[in-house]
Design a protein around this ligand. Structure first.
Ligand code: SER
Ligand code: ZN
Length: 765
């Protein structure tokens, strides 16, 4: 299980550690170039391991100063040091012994941003996946859990803030302008969850009382002067903590919970125990500069890292192949949180769009890999959309297959049985098998088979027999290293919709298990017959995106229109509207290429208008459904020889038509979406902003005179980035007057030019 750059590591070769570590006492003397790290480890040899088995510790770019064993300084003959390992050869007979190691590191030179490094003059760490070995020699693997006590020392005026994992124990002066702080984390944890921060930071604090009455002091640390921009993150944290108690019965377990925002960070954020460290763009939210999408990102990522406290920290991964055990599950949990806090349908649509945009191409390309891969060379390359997003889809599918109640029973059992463990996917699934009394061996294939399954579907209605017959065939394409695939377990939430728009109930269903509107497809082919269906139904499938698959089912244009207007499932309704719009836009694209006039389908416009005026639908959902497929979506469908101008033209014609049909109702709808004068980042207000801006964009595209005026004044009077940026985009894309476009752009440039623009940061959370 040792990682070296040039050697592949295989899941099948996993071996339990021969030595474990009970406690770790760290004494870290922070210095920009010469940070001293003294580490005292209580080492425990495992049963059936002989004393001749050397202790091999991981290390990377460390300067070794000294090694002592049971208080005795070792000489060079007693250990062996390489670039990546420290091997202690002569070990005592007793199973327990104490090892003291002193190393020196250079945080300023650490530009890999792994281990201890400096960001904006502050010290911070990133230890997942293998960063701790860049701080000291250690058994740097997730299945070695230890109790850490950390003493930090630094220059007081330069680093007044000294934070560690766990609870603060003591602090004081260390003389010569230096000070120290001692932190103790009572929860055994793997080294990748270690963290420290030292710096001169501003902070905000709030108290939190857990369900059982534990008082927790919450803190968010940011660059000085930016404290006000952390209020939204604090609010999101408090809501996350309450939600996890209410929905998953997960309570926080330390006296403090700190978040630190740093400007140089490779990943989005990191769930270190009691001390989360974030890329500051996921903490700082100011109405002048943050859009609603950014607020929702902050909320989601704060929640994600907090939720790791149970799914990741209390129960961690046995090895890095099990990364999805914590990531897929935690993404699922943060998706559920955002769905409860915001609009569930809009969140689901956004997640599926994200999955299709980033994970489907991964599954279809040369980098396709299983949600739980079986081989890697460099674990950092496996923080992928497949592990995270598809991993979350598998949890969602599991909940669909066994039902919400049994899913809750299973997760409760998982928390109870594995608290304090470094677990595997098999152990996780076993909890659900026992709770739901089901066999999940076929479902487990989703973890080992890469590739997006394709489900071919055809249907036939037999009027005289009153049957509706569905034929399914699933195919998972070959992926690198996996030529032949077995059939996977595909749940399908479906609806047979009657002309009155209601789902029909069959008197009998044969050919596959069918329960609570979910078909359970387990074979390569299924022929399913629904009896007692007294009119030809419109078939709605993969409702809520039940399974992360591609579906090939030919819907007639009239069925598509019907679903776009009537499907009770908000996801499928959106999907049908999108498919319907794509068909029109592609026909328009071909017309533009042939120099012909694009035909506008009156039915599509009517459905769009009815949707806009349907106040039973949340504004955020109306805005999502009425947003047409993007240029990129259409280019992807066209595939080869894409003509972007023709796509743009086709989109503009349809937007113009929508603007015209909405025109008589526009002001009425806009009035119903009014916000108060002061900015509010809430999801409800964000939903209103998005529908308002969509309406304005279509109105300006249709050259409505009043809208041309209004959009310019909206730009000027907006009190937040979302409204201002949306107005700017509409002006730039659709305003016919060049001066209006140039003026808005110049103003925006002047307003937001930052003296030192920050480079974009890539990577998954
Ligand atoms: N463990 C981190 C996270 O996903 C990695 O960035 O939250
Ligand atoms: Zn995570």
């Amino acid at each position: 299980m040792r990682t070296t750059q040039d050697q592949a590591i295989h899941l099948k070769n996993y071996k339990e550690p021969e030595y474990r570590i009970g406690t770790v006492d760290l004494d870290i003397d922070l210095h920009p170039n010469k940070t001293r790290v003294k580490s005292k480890l209580s080492v425990i040899r495992q049963k059936n391991v002989t004393k001749d088995t050397p202790l091999i510790l991981d290390g990377d770019e460390l300067k070794l100063i000294s090694v002592s064993l049971n208080g005795k300084l070792l000489s060079g003959d007693d250990f062996h040091e390489t670039q990546t390992e420290l091997t202690i050869k002569k070990l005592p007979k007793s199973a327990k012994f104490e090892l003291e190691i002193e190393t020196e590191i250079d945080p300023t030179a650490n530009t890999k941003l792994m281990g201890l490094y400096r960001s904006g003059g502050n010290y911070c760490t990133q230890c997942e996946a293998e960063g701790f070995r860049r701080i000291t020699y250690f058994l740097d693997r997730p299945d070695v859990l230890a109790v850490y006590t950390t003493r930090l020392e630094a220059h007081k005026s330069e680093n007044p803030v000294l934070l560690g994992n766990g609870n603060p124990v003591k602090k004081g002066s260390a003389g010569k302008g230096r000070h120290y702080a001692i932190w103790h984390d009572p929860h055994p944890k793997p080294s990748y969850l270690f963290a420290l921060v030292g710096g001169d930071l501003g902070s905000i604090h709030k108290p939190f009382k857990t369900l059982s009455g534990r008082k927790v002091k919450l803190g968010i640390y940011v660059e000085k002067g930016k404290e006000n921009s952390a209020d939204y993150a604090m609010d999101a944290l408090i809501r996350s903590m309450k939600w996890d108690e209410n929905v998953f019965d997960c309570e926080y377990d330390l006296d403090v919970f700190n978040i630190v925002a740093v400007s140089d960070f490779n990943m989005g954020a990191m769930e270190n125990k009691g001390l989360n460290i974030f890329n500051d763009k996921y903490v700082l939210g100011d109405p002048e500069t943050a859009t609603d999408a950014e607020y929702s990102n902050i909320e989601g990522i704060i929640a994600h890292e907090y939720f790791h406290n149970w799914t990741g920290n209390r129960i961690t991964c046995r090895d890095w192949f099990q990364l999805c055990l914590k990531e897929g599950l935690t993404v699922y949990r943060d998706q559920e949180f955002s769905s409860d806090e915001r609009s569930r349908p809009v969140k689901r649509i956004a997640d599926v769009r994200g999955l299709k945009a980033s994970q489907f191409p991964e599954d279809a390309g040369p980098l396709a890999h299983a949600v739980r891969p079986e081989t890697y060379r460099e674990i950092n390359n496996f923080y992928t959309a497949t592990v995270y997003q598809k991993g979350a889809e598998l949890i969602r599918m599991l909940a669909t297959i066994i039902g919400e109640q049994k899913f809750k029973k299973g997760i409760d059992l998982y928390f109870k049985r594995h608290d304090g463990d470094a677990a595997t996917i098999e152990e996780f699934l076993k909890c659900f098998e026992q709770a739901a009394k089901v066999d999940l061996s076929q479902f487990a294939l989703w973890y080992s088979q890469a590739g997006t399954p394709l489900l071919n579907v055809s249907s036939k209605y037999n009027k005289s027999k009153q049957t509706f017959i569905l034929e399914f065939e699933q195919i998972t394409p070959s992926t690198p290293g996996q030529k032949r695939k077995l059939p996977v377990y595909i749940p399908q939430r479906i609806g047979l919709i009657g002309s009155n728009s209601n789902d029909m109930k069959a008197t009998k269903v044969v050919g596959a298990e069918f329960k609570d509107d979910v078909l359970h497809l387990t074979k390569r082919k299924h022929k399913v017959t629904f009896s007692g269906i007294n009119e030809r139904p419109v078939f709605s499938l993969n409702r809520g995106f039940t399974a992360p698959i591609e579906v090939d089912y030919r819907q007639s244009p009239s069925d598509l229109a019907f679903l776009a207007a009537n499907d009770a499932d908000t996801f499928s309704r959106w999907q049908a509207y999108q498919n319907y719009a794509s068909k029109l836009l592609l026909a328009g694209y071909r017309a533009v290429l042939a120099n012909k006039t694009m035909k506008i389908d009156a039915k599509f416009l009517d459905i769009s208008k009815d949707t806009l005026l349907d106040e039973s639908l949340e504004p955020a959902y109306r805005a999502t459904i009425l947003s047409l497929p993007s240029e990129g979506d259409l280019a992807q469908i066209i595939g080869k020889n894409v003509n972007p101008d023709a796509i743009a033209k086709s989109l503009s014609v349809l937007k113009t038509a929508l603007g015209e049909i909405f025109e008589p109702e526009r002001n009425k709808v806009l009035n119903s979406l009014k916000s108060s004068d002061s900015f509010n980042a809430s999801a409800a207000e964000a939903g209103k902003r998005s529908l308002r801006s969509l309406l304005m964009a279509y109105a300006v595209a249709s050259k409505s005179k009043s809208a041309l005026k209004d959009v310019v004044s909206n730009y000027k009077k907006s009190n937040n980035m979302t409204d201002r940026f949306n107005a700017l985009r509409t002006i730039v894309n659709y305003h016919p007057t060049k001066t209006a476009r140039d003026k808005a752009l110049a103003d925006f440039y002047k307003r937001y030019t930052h003296p030192t623009p920050k480079p974009e940061c890539f990577g998954v959370i």
